[in-house]
Design a protein. Sequence first.
Length: 355
Amino acid sequence: MMKLFKINHQLSKKTSTLIEISGFVLILLIWFLVTANIGKPTVFYTNTSQYYLSSSAVNAFVKPIIEVQNDTIVCADKAAQYQWYADDVKINGETNNYYKIKKNGKYFLETTDFSGKKINSDTIKVTLGKGSLVNRAILPSPLSVLLSFKELHVNDFLVRNTLYSIKLNLLGYLEAIIVSILLGFIIGLIPFFKSMLNRYIEAIRFLPLTAVTGLFIAWFGIETNMKVQFLAFGIIVYLLPVVVYRISQIDNIYLQTAYTMGASNWQMVRKVYWPFVTSRIFDDIRVLTAISWTYIIVAELVNKTGGVGALIYTAARQSRLDKVFAILLVIIVIGVLQDRLFVWLDKVLFPYKHK
C-alpha cells in the first residue's frame, strides 16, 4: 500500500490502469451525487409571459408582480380581490394574495383593483422537485448530458458538425506542419536568415491570436479558407520556433562525424538534420493538437456555418449546459483518439525511439 505513495516509485501497468479506472468512476460518482435529487423539496419555475411598460404608456396599468418564495407564490401588490388560476382554471377558495403550490402547472393571479378593473399577472410555470447540492442550471447531471446526445444528433446534426471540425483541424494542421518545417529548416540552418528572423519568430509566440481574427477576415473572407488559415497560423506560431530549437539541439559529434565522412550539405540535411528533427518534433506536434482544438472554437464563431465550436456557442446562448457538456465530451474523445493515433504513428515512423 505504501508503494502507491512512495516518491518516484514506478507502479506496474496493471496497477496504474486500475487506479485510472477508479479515478474515472470516482469523478462520475461525485458528479452524480452533487447533481442528484437529494436535497429538500424545491420549486423550479420560469416566467412564460412578460409585460413591459413603454415610456409612451406612463398612465397604463401595471400587472401585479408575483414571485415564488419557497413553496408559495406571493403577490405583494395591494388589491381589492385576488383569485388564483392553475392551467387557466380558477382555483376555488384561493382568494388570498398568496398560494401554496401543490402540483406542477402554470399559475397566474387575477387581481381586482379598487376601481373594479381586473388585471392578470404574468404566468409562472412551476415544477416541483428536490434540489441538489449544486444547481443543475450551473452543472447538469450526467444523465441529462447523456440524454442530450439524442437531441444533438437529431436536431443539431452532431455527426456532420463534428466531421466539419475534424476537417478544419486536419487541413489547418497539415498546412502548419509543412510551413513550419520548411521555414524552420531555412531559419535554423542558414545563418543569414537565422540572424534576421530568429528573434521575431520567438516574439510572435506572444501574439494574442484571438485579437487578430479581424485581420484574417479581411485577408481571407469569412468562409472555410479563412478558418483553415487561422488554425494553421495558430499552430505555426508555436511549432516554428520549436523546429528551429530542435535543429540547434543536434549534438556536434553527429555533425563532425558526417563532415569527416565527406557528407555534402544536402546529405547533411537528409541524413542528419531531417531524421533528428522530425523524430523530436513529432512529440511536439502531438502536444500541439490540443491548441488546434482551442482555436477551432474561435474560428467557427465567424460566419457560423457548422462545427462543434458553433454548436457550443449556440447551446451556451440557449443556457443548454447539458448540450455544452456533451459537445465538450465529444471533443475530449476526439482528442484522446488523436493522441493515440500519434503514439501509434510515432512507433511506426520512428521505431528506434522505442527500443
